[in-house]
Design a protein around this ligand. Structure first.
Ligand code: ZN
Length: 601
């Protein structure tokens, strides 16, 4: 397989990201890097001066935004250049230089927030009210001052700051163990042929039509994690304890409160997600039943979750994918669709095909003042179509945010990001399910959808339930052993499987160890709220609700200028209420019904 992947040099320019639109050459990039470094003193010149008044403040933020924009562009260019060919030593060196510059820029702006805090909120509010040229700082200041309640004395802050590096140790240990030290036994097919089992091959093996390959891969993978269960439990509980410490040092009532506070997300959003998820688990139980019937197996096993339901996999060339995505997005209006099409086929937003040395996975990137860019490895199949649709959702979100917001508000959080991306997938699926009556094609679309829902809307909320319980136990001072973690996880999955799947309690129960996401506390729930918000918005638009398209465009265009939950309200979605999560379950329910009908013998 590897032999057929071409070198970077063999990729035609029209399928490469449009690097020359950012810098005509690497020499121009170097020149800009040096120019920015030489310009940093322009920002430093404002140190100790912000209290002079609104005019100085306006000027300082003008310089800050200009430098921030330029640093982001330089950083993005280096990262993209490296990601598309990690064997490129010059690109690796560029990333190092860009990181150095980034650090210098952060240091140069470090005086700003403390000086603003010293001026005080009332004074600053007065300045904003009287000076429209700095009115845009309103949200920035609100966010800065609300955090004050949890900022401690200078001495305490200094000590907390010194903990950042050693507290990264548990995550580091986890990464070393699972990425480097764990070695997995080869999987074995029914023909006894061996298949390498690594972090890079596990997904593909679980996708094999050969059940023996899937079984041996799934068991061999879980067994290696189980062999190190005590080490893995120690690393995870240490990470949680560090988080409990941070929450207490910063005077939060709980770790969950601390995590949600960061983006001003009400607790109701978390509780609501988990409650509605739990109430709707019977929809998942129906899916397991439908899958068991479709596969014709006596007992459904966790390693059957990714088994293909049809051998007929349609070929989807890149241009075809762009067409289908554009057709699916048609309800968004011509301007939106044309931007997507032009981005893919004219402006070269996408670095399309795999080449030797290209990073795995896919992401959307870019900077205020450049195109949004996508790095991926397009493989002419439905999965690639879906990835492209997803990343283009991020790209359009950025595009509209950059068009409509200042540099200060051009970035947005994961909480809203995954709404924009999943929205594209939801729209494209809805279109393709109507577009072709061919049963094999329909099954392919449903499988792609279920794969996505399973990860975002089954695994992630199950992990969210797990991590809340683990944090609460540790916050209460209870001891948590490896076997406790395994038992808790097994219980949660047993509930999710509802008796429709065999639960090997040890191997299912070790699932927590297979997700490094858990080292960022209360991170995973945002995937589930993301897919919920996305499907709720897609439903409104597909139902032709008045104002739904405009609301979604407003949401995308607001970027980081509002708190995530408020931004989503622009699109008519309130994630503290049951409706969006229920909307996602309604879509899931519809997919299961279709699957039942398509596979009924
Ligand atoms: Zn994404």
């Amino acid at each position: 397989m590897t032999a057929s992947v071409p070198p970077r040099s063999a990729i035609a320019p029209e399928f490469r990201w449009n690097a020359p639109s950012v810098f005509p050459s690497a020499a121009d990039w170097e020149a800009e890097l040096a120019a920015i470094a030489a310009d940093l003193p322009r920002l430093r010149a404002f140190e100790g001066r912000l209290a002079e008044g609104p005019a100085t403040l306006a000027e300082a933020f003008g310089v800050l935004e200009d430098l921030y924009r330029r640093v982001n562009i330089v950083y993005m260019y280096a990262t993209m250049t490296y990601s598309v060919d990690t064997t490129d030593q010059a690109a690796a060196a560029m990333v190092g230089k860009a990181q150095g510059l980034y650090g210098q820029a952060l240091a140069a702006q470090a005086f700003i927030d403390p000086e603003l805090l010293a001026i005080g909120e009332d004074t600053l509010r007065g300045w904003l009210a009287a000076n429209p040229e700095i009115a845009h700082l309103d949200h920035y200041l609100h966010n800065l001052f609300r955090q004050q309640a949890h900022v401690r004395s200078a001495e305490v802050e200094e000590v907390l700051g010194m903990l950042a590096d050693p507290f990264g140790g548990s995550n580091n240990t986890y990464g070393m163990l699972t990425d480097s030290d764990l070695k997995f036994p080869a999987a074995r097919g029914k023909d006894q042929g061996e298949h390498d089992l690594t972090q890079g091959t596990i997904d593909k093996l679980l996708n094999s039509p050969d059940r023996e390959v899937r079984r041996t891969a799934w068991e061999g993978y879980a067994d290696q994690y189980l062999a190190f269960k005590n080490t893995l439990a120690s690393a995870l509980t240490t990470s949680v304890k560090q988080n409990v410490f941070q929450a207490r040092a910063r005077r939060y009532a709980s770790t969950l409160e601390m995590a949600l506070f960061q983006h001003n997300i009400p607790r109701a959003v978390y509780d609501n997600l988990l409650n509605i998820f739990r109430q709707n688990l019977p929809t998942w139980h129906r899916y397991w039943r439908a899958r068991r019937a479709a596969l014709g197996v006596e007992t459904l096993q966790p390693y059957d979750i990714w088994a293909p339901l049809t051998a007929e996999q349609p070929e989807v060339p890149f241009e075809q994918a762009v067409d289908w995505i554009c057709q699916g997005l048609a309800p968004m209006g011509e301007a939106y669709v044309e931007r997507v099409r032009q981005g893919c086929l004219g402006d070269r937003w996408v670095d399309v095909y795999p080449n030797q040395g290209k990073s795995a996975g896919a992401f959307s990137y870019g900077a205020h003042g450049t195109h949004p860019f996508i790095m991926m490895s397009y493989n002419d199949n439905i999965g690639s179509l879906s990835t492209l649709a997803h990343e283009l959702g991020h790209s359009m979100h950025s595009y509209l945010a950059w068009q409509n917001q200042r540099v200060l508000y051009g970035d947005y959080s994961l909480f809203v990001a995954e709404v924009a991306s999943n929205f594209h997938q939801a729209m494209v699926r809805a279109h393709l399910l109507k577009a072709s009556p061919d049963p094999a094609f329909q099954i392919n679309i449903i499988e792609e959808a279920m794969d996505n829902f399973h990860r975002y809307f089954f695994i992630m909320p199950t992990l969210a339930r797990f991590e809340l319980e683990v944090h609460e136990r540790i916050e209460r001072g209870a001891g948590v052993s490896a076997d406790d973690l395994i038992a808790l996880m097994a219980d949660l999955f047993a509930e999710g499987y509802g008796g429709e799947m065999h639960v090997d309690r040890e191997r299912v129960g070790i699932t927590w160890a297979q997700f490094g996401h858990l080292y960022v506390d209360y991170y995973v729930f945002q995937y589930a709220t993301g897919i919920s918000g996305a499907n709720a918005i897609a439903r409104r638009i597909l139902d032709g609700e008045p104002g739904a398209v405009e609301g979604h465009l407003d949401f995308l265009s607001t970027g980081g200028a509002r708190y995530p939950v408020d931004a989503l309200k622009l699109a008519g979605v309130d994630l503290s209420q049951p409706e969006p999560v229920e909307a996602a379950f309604a879509v899931l329910d519809g997919l299961v019904s279709r699957l039942e009908a398509l596979t009924a013998k």
